[in-house]
Design a protein. Structure first.
Length: 386
C-alpha cells in the first residue's frame, strides 16, 4: 500500500519513526511528511536525524497560529492533489492530525488514527478538541489501551473499526536501549513544563518559577530541559537569569531523545506536564507528578504511578516527597506498564494486512436501500420505547 505519514512535532517524530520503518520493512510505500509544527532544530531536525527517519518533504508554516493552521490545511490539500496514497496514518492530537485528515477525506482517502481514544475531558484543551474531531475523521481507530477503546465505543465508534495496538512511544523507548535503573541508583527530579496553560499566563509562569525553586531546594538535583516556548516566556518576563541561578536546578536545552530517557531512568521522580513522559516513566518504573488537573493517560493515575497536581506547589512537593520514599520507589518500579509492550509498530503492520479492517478503511457511500445504520436505529427505537 501507499501510505502517507504526516509528522508535526517532536513527540510525533519519536512515536512514528519505528512504525514508518516497520511499514517499509513490510513492503509498503511510505511517504513521510514533516508538516512543520516544530521548526526548532532541537525539536525537529535533530530528532529526525537522531532516530534515522528523514522526511520525504518538509512544509514551511507562517509564524502566527491562525496562519499556520490555514497554511497546514492548504498544504495538505496540495499534497493529496499531487500524491494520492491508499491511506494516511496520523497520530495523536496536534493540529496535524485533524487538518491532514480533513484533506485526506476530501480526496476519499482512508485515515488511520494512531493513539486514538485518549480523553482528558478538559473542554478548554485544544488537544482534546483535536482528538474528538478524529472520531468523525478517522476511518480506522488504533487505540493504545482498552480504556481508550472503551471511550471510542462510548462515543459511537463501531467496534469493527477499532484495534488496540499499544502506544508507539514504548516501541521507541525499547529501541533506544535505555534500561530501568535500580531504585538505589536513582537521584533527583526530572522536570519539564511547556504547555500554554502553564507558561503563557504570567501568574501561572510565576507559580512555576516558585515551584522550580522549591524543588531545587528540597529535592535537587533537578534537571530542567527548557522548551523553546518556556524559554521565550521566561525571557519576556525577565526571569530566565533568575531560574538559571536557582540552587539545585540544572537548566539545559531540550535533550536528545536518548539522553532524555537516560535522565528519566536515573531520576527518582518526574514532574511534568508532558503526556509522552507519563508513558515513558511508567515503562521505566518512575513515578510521575503531573502538572495538570487532568490527563488523557488515566491508566497511570488509576494504578497509582502518577498523580495530578496542577501547579499547586504544596501538593506537588507533598507527592514528590511521598514518591521519593524507598517503599514507594519499589512499589512503582514493580507496576506493569499499561501503555504498551514495544510491539505497536508490528500490530499496525498486521492491521494493514487484515482484510476485514481494510474493507472499512476507504470511505464509502452507502446504498439508500441500506436504511438507517443499525446502531442509530437501535438508539431511536430505545428512545421511542422509553
Amino acid at each position: 500500500m501507499r501510505v502517507t505519514v504526516p509528522i508535526g512535532t517532536r513527540p510525533e517524530i519519536v512515536k512514528l519513526t519505528g512504525t514508518i520503518a516497520a511499514l517499509r520493512a513490510a513492503g509498503h510505500d511510505v511517504r513521510c511528511v514533516a508538516t512543520g509544527q516544530h521548526t526548532d532544530a532541537k525539536l525537529a531536525g535533530d530528532i529526525f536525524a537522531e532516530l534515522g527517519c528523514q522526511p520525504d518533504v518538509v512544509w514551511r508554516l507562517p509564524s502566527s497560529e491562525g496562519e499556520r493552521v490555514g497554511s497546514l490545511l492548504a498544504q495538505a490539500f496540495d499534497e493529496f492533489s499531487n500524491h494520492r496514497p491508499d491511506a494516511v496514518l496520523v497520530l495523536g492530537d496536534t493540529y496535524t492530525a485533524p487538518l491532514v485528515a480533513i484533506a485526506a477525506r476530501r480526496f476519499g482517502i482512508g485515515v488511520l488514527h494512531l493513539e486514538a481514544g485518549l480523553r482528558s475531558f478538559n473542554e478548554r484543551s485544544v488537544e482534546e478538541v483535536n482528538r474528538s474531531m478524529m472520531v468523525g475523521l478517522a476511518t480506522v481507530h488504533l487505540a493504545p489501551t482498552e480504556l481508550a477503546a472503551a471511550f471510542l465505543r462510548d462515543e459511537g465508534v463501531d467496534d469493527a473499526r477499532i484495534r488496540v495496538v499499544g502506544n508507539p512511544v514504548i516501541d521507541a523507548l525499547v529501541a533506544s536501549g535505555v534500561k530501568r535503573a535500580d531504585v538505589d541508583q536513582r537521584a533527583g527530579v526530572l522536570l519539564t513544563a511547556h504547555r500554554a496553560t502553564n507558561v503563557d499566563d504570567p501568574t501561572r509562569l510565576a507559580e512555576l518559577v516558585t515551584l522550580v525553586r522549591l524543588l531545587g531546594e528540597r529535592f535537587g538535583p533537578v534537571t530542567f530541559p527548557l522548551h523553546p516556548r518556556t524559554r521565550a516566556k521566561l525571557i519576556a518576563a525577565g526571569r530566565l537569569a533568575e531560574v538559571s541561578a536557582l540552587p539545585g536546578v540544572r537548566l539545559v536545552d531540550p535533550l536528545p531523545y536518548g539522553e532524555l530517557l537516560t535522565t528519566l531512568a536515573r531520576s527518582q521522580v518526574v514532574v511534568t506536564d508532558s503526556g509522552g513522559l507519563q508513558e515513558e516513566a511508567s515503562w521505566l518504573g518512575i513515578p510521575a507528578v503531573v502538572l495538570r488537573s487532568t490527563t488523557p493517560r488515566w491508566e497511570g493515575v488509576v494504578d497509582g504511578a502518577a498523580v495530578l497536581c496542577g501547579l499547586d506547589a504544596d501538593l506537588v512537593l507533598t507527592h514528590v516527597e511521598r514518591f521519593s520514599d524507598p517503599i514507594e520507589q519499589e512499589r512503582t518500579a514493580a507496576l506493569p506498564c499499561p501503555y504498551g509492550d514495544g510491539r505497536t509498530a508490528s500490530r499496525v503492520v498486521e492491521c494493514l494486512a487484515d482484510p476485514a479492517l481494510l474493507a472499512l478503511l476507504s470511505p464509502r457511500e452507502p446504498s439508500v436501500s441500506d436504511g438507517l445504520p443499525a446502531r442509530v436505529a437501535v438508539r431511536l427505537l430505545d428512545g421511542v420505547g422509553a
